[in-house]
Design a protein around this ligand. Structure first.
Ligand SMILES: CC(C)(COP(=O)(O)OP(=O)(O)OC[C@H]1O[C@@H](n2cnc3c(N)ncnc32)[C@H](O)[C@@H]1OP(=O)(O)O)[C@@H](O)C(=O)NCCC(=O)NCCS
Length: 144
């Protein structure tokens, strides 16, 4: 079934509880990332790249992207379990890619958490390759 009746639009402040609930339902939250703080930070930086998918007034998907002047990045890609396999994840990623390309972004990177093997087939279907890189990270502001 195509993702009929679903509109993609920019995140609005009133979406915050629904988006956090979606992230929980999709297993994307972690104790060391405060979702409220993550949302507030995104609203301060390129907030137009924070998208939600809505059907019948309900948030069923979301994606948070950014362009750092070299690469585009995608975070918190989520489609509600009941709305999956209808093309919505692809629609969200296509929209993100179009928005980033319009900004002059030449390449999208994204990170897949260890253990999230199920998502590999999705990115394969969308044409995302695997680069031989290791991600290193340094926390600057603890959320907990
Ligand atoms: C990953 C996710 C966003 C996919 O959303 P979705 O709406 O079900 O994906 P789509 O229906 O648009 O699927 C697009 C393509 O990927 C394929 N695909 C989707 N999920 C897949 C899976 N788990 N395994 C293999 N292929 C998959 C579909 O068959 C489709 O292929 P096609 O277009 O060639 O027919 C969704 O499963 C999700 O929210 N997962 C939990 C959160 C997560 O892991 N986010 C990504 C973090 S890196």
């Amino acid at each position: 079934m195509p993702s009929d009746g679903v509109i993609l639009r920019r995140f609005e402040e009133a979406d915050e509880p629904a988006v956090i609930a979606l992230w929980h339902a999709c297993g994307l939250t972690r104790p060391w990332n405060d979702p409220v703080k993550d949302i507030r930070r995104k609203l301060d930086v390129q907030r137009d790249l924070f998208l939600v998918a809505e059907r019948d007034g309900r948030v069923v998907g979301a994606a948070m992207a950014g362009y750092d002047g070299h690469r585009g990045w995608v975070y918190y890609l989520a489609v509600h379990p009941e709305a999956r396999r209808t093309g919505l994840g692809r629609r969200l990623m296509d929209r993100v890619a179009a928005d980033l390309k319009a900004m002059g972004c030449p390449k999208i990177n994204l990170m897949i958490r260890g253990g999230n093997d199920a998502v590999a087939g999705f990115y394969d279907a969308l044409g995302y390759g695997t680069d031989a890189v290791a991600v290193r990270a340094l926390r600057l502001i603890p959320d907990d």
